[in-house]
Design a protein around this ligand. Structure first.
Ligand SMILES: Nc1ncnc2c1ncn2[C@@H]1O[C@H](COP(=O)(O)OP(=O)(O)OP(=O)(O)O)[C@@H](O)[C@H]1O
Length: 272
C-alpha cells in the first residue's frame, strides 16, 4: 500500500491537482502502447480513483480502447501489440511479464461494446468464471449467481428462467448479464468499452443507472463517445487526442471550464 500512497502524491503533483484527496485503485505511469512500429498510446499517466467512475473520451482512433484494454492486459492477446510502462494495482506493477494475467482479469473485469454471452444458460454464463476458479458446490454457485445478477439489476427479469439460453435475452439484458459475469469473480475494477453503443435509449438509461449503483462497490472506467453520458455518469473524465492525454480532471470542471483549447472544442462539439 505504501507504494500506491507514494505514487498517488506524485500523480497529484504531476497533474497539478493538489485538491484531489482520493485513493487510486489503479494507475498507469508513462504507459506507451505500440502496434508494430506505430505508437497508439503516448506516455499516459492517469489515476483511477476508488469507487469513482472515470470516463475516457476523445475522437475516433485516439486510443481509448487500446488504453482501456491495456489495463487488464487484454492487449496481450493482440499479435504485435506491445505495452510499455507501469500499471499499478495494489502496489504491484501488473504490466510485469511475470504477473498472472488470469488473476489480473479476475480483479479487473471487462465488458465490451457488443454483449458477448456464451451460448449457454443464464446460470452457466454467470457461474462459468467461479467454476473455472474451483468453486464446485451447487449452493455456493447459486448464491454467487443470484448476488451477481442482483447487483447487475437483472435478477428480477431472469430469476424464473435461469436455465434458459442467454442468447434469448434482449441486447440490454445480455449486456447486464455480461456485467453479472464479470461481477461473479468479485473484481475491484470494471472496464466498460462503450457498453451502451448498441443499446436503445431505455436500455441505455438502465445501464447508466446501474453504473451509478455499481460505484458503491467498484471502481469503474468507461469509454464513451456520448458526451452527455460522460457528463451524467462519471466523476472524472480523461480527454485523449491522437494517443495523448490532453486533460484529466473532475468531470464537472472538464466540461464547464476545460483548461485546454482542444478539450474545450471537443466537449462543445466544435472539433475538427
Ligand atoms: N489490432 C490493431 N492493430 C493495429 N492497429 C490498431 C489495432 N487496434 C487499434 N489500432 C490503431 O490504434 C489507434 C487507436 O485505436 P483505438 O481503437 O484504441 O481508438 P479509439 O479511440 O478506441 O477509437 P474508436 O472511438 O473509434 O473506437 C488507431 O490508429 C487504430 O487504427
Amino acid at each position: 500500500m505504501a507504494t500506491i500512497e507514494k505514487t498517488e502524491t506524485s500523480v497529484r503533483d504531476r497533474l497539478g491537482q493538489s485538491s484531489i484527496l482520493e485513493e487510486a485503485a489503479l494507475e498507469t505511469k508513462n504507459l506507451n502502447v505500440y502496434y508494430g512500429d506505430s505508437q497508439a498510446i503516448k506516455n499516459i499517466s492517469l489515476p483511477f480513483y476508488k469507487n469513482r467512475v472515470t470516463a475516457l473520451i476523445g475522437p475516433s482512433g485516439c486510443g481509448k480502447s487500446t488504453y482501456l484494454r491495456s489495463l487488464n492486459r487484454m492487449n496481450d492477446t493482440i499479435d504485435g501489440c506491445k505495452v510499455k510502462g507501469e500499471i499499478l494495482y495494489k502496489g504491484y506493477d501488473i504490466n510485469h511479464p511475470k504477473t498472472n494475467v488470469y488473476d489480473v482479469r479476475k480483479n479487473i473485469g471487462m465488458v465490451f461494446q457488443r454483449a458477448n454471452p456464451f451460448p449457454k444458460s443464464i446460470f452457466d454464463n454467470v457461474a462459468y468464471g467461479p467454476k473455472l476458479h474451483g468453486i464446485k458446490k451447487k449452493g455456493e454457485l447459486l448464491e454467487i449467481v443470484e448476488t451477481s445478477l442482483k447487483k447487475a439489476a437483472l435478477w428480477d427479469e431472469v430469476k424464473d428462467r435461469l436455465h434458459h439460453s442467454a442468447l434469448a435475452l434482449s441486447g440490454g439484458q445480455q449486456q447486464r448479464l455480461c456485467i453479472a459475469r464479470a461481477l461473479a469473480l468479485s473484481p475491484d475494477v470494471l472496464l466498460l468499452d462503450e457498453p451502451t453503443s448498441a443499446l436503445d435509449p431505455i436500455s441505455t438509461r438502465k445501464m447508466e443507472e446501474l453504473v451509478g449503483e455499481l460505484k458503491e462497490d467498484y471502481t469503474l472506467i468507461i469509454v464513451t463517445h456520448n458526451m452527455q453520458q460522460a457528463a451524467r455518469i462519471s466523476d472524472y473524465t480523461a480527454f485523449f487526442y491522437m494517443g495523448e492525454l490532453i486533460e484529466f480532471g473532475e468531470t464537472i470542471q472538464l466540461f464547464t471550464s476545460p483548461k485546454d483549447k482542444k478539450t474545450k472544442d471537443y466537449v462543445s462539439g466544435n472539433f475538427g
